[in-house]
Design a protein. Structure first.
Length: 290
């Protein structure tokens, strides 16, 4: 099935991106989908629940995570691509490795979601430039252990000019580098990177409240708020004593509705059904508000 990348990039309503973590240690669902059949079944289930895009990741990026081998990441990613492309999936590949991106794109994936925004593997933007695909450029100051400094999230959460200003400016510098590598502007989507080098409520809510600032760049904006630490912190602050996964998914869905109301390109979530309904409300609200 051929995907119209321009229509996908320029979507006039907020999309739902379902998370498929094929990892041992992702913070909320590590180990659940390691079996290739389980991963494929979960991807198809999210499509049935209304996911517009399935985002496949084979390496955890939680604080303190260690890198998986390139071979393991390739095996996990290509297996899922081979299983889901025939099912008609639109696939985003959550990777920071050029080799993995190239293999997934050659296998039919349509989007590369690079949490390092082109900085961890500088060849990755060149791979994107050589393929017909979309590229999500995310803001993140930290690194996986063993990648650069070996100390992930160390001294990365101080924002001298305020988190909104600094994240905006740093993200735009990342975009400039990606453009210089040959990626066309009409292929770029940006992501302020909630939770990445941003551990607390005060780091993340200004970015959500400032969504219009990112949209003003002219690039579509992906928001990945699902089950993040700051969501749990908000519930704790509100007096919740038993913060279950259901509670976190309800809060995530509330943010999904707000993001849709304010024109996010997509929300990246674990519980597709909850956020699908929430996004429908936000999309309709935006339609009537305009």
């Amino acid at each position: 099935m051929t995907i119209d990348l321009k229509a996908l990039h320029d979507a006039g309503h907020t999309l739902v991106m379902g998370v498929l973590n094929i990892t041992e240690d992702s913070f909320s669902d590590g180990g659940l989908w390691l079996d290739p059949r389980a991963a494929a079944d979960h991807g198809r289930a999210m499509m049935a629940a209304g996911a517009d895009i399935i985002d496949i990741g084979a390496e955890s990026t939680r604080p303190g995570a260690k890198r998986v081998s390139e071979e393991d990441e390739l095996t996990r990613i290509t297996g899922a691509v081979e299983a889901l492309i025939p099912a008609g999936a639109t696939l985003s590949i959550d990777t920071t490795r050029a080799s993995v991106a190239a293999a997934a794109l050659d296998g039919g994936a349509q989007i590369i979601n690079d949490v390092s925004g082109g900085t961890l593997d500088t060849e990755l933007p060149h791979v994107v430039a050589d393929h017909d695909c979309l590229y999500i450029v995310q803001h993140w100051r930290g690194w996986l252990a063993g990648s650069k400094t070996g100390a992930p999230d160390a001294d990365t959460s101080h924002y001298e000019h305020g988190v909104l200003q600094d994240v905006h400016d740093e993200l735009m510098r990342q975009v400039d580098a990606v453009l210089a590598a040959g990626v066309a502007p009409e292929r770029i989507i940006i992501d302020p990177g909630l939770g990445f080098s941003k551990p607390g409520i005060a780091h993340n809510l200004p970015l959500l409240a400032g969504l219009d600032r990112f949209r003003a760049t002219g690039y579509p904006v992906l928001i990945g708020q699902s089950r993040k630490r700051f969501v749990t912190a908000i519930l704790d602050k509100a007096g919740f004593t038993d913060i279950t996964m259901d509670a976190r998914d309800d809060a995530t869905a509330a943010f999904s509705a707000l993001c849709a109301e304010h024109g996010a390109w997509a929300v990246r979530v674990h519980d597709v059904a909850r956020s699908r309904a929430a996004v429908a409300v936000g999309n309709t609200w935006r339609e009537y508000a305009n």
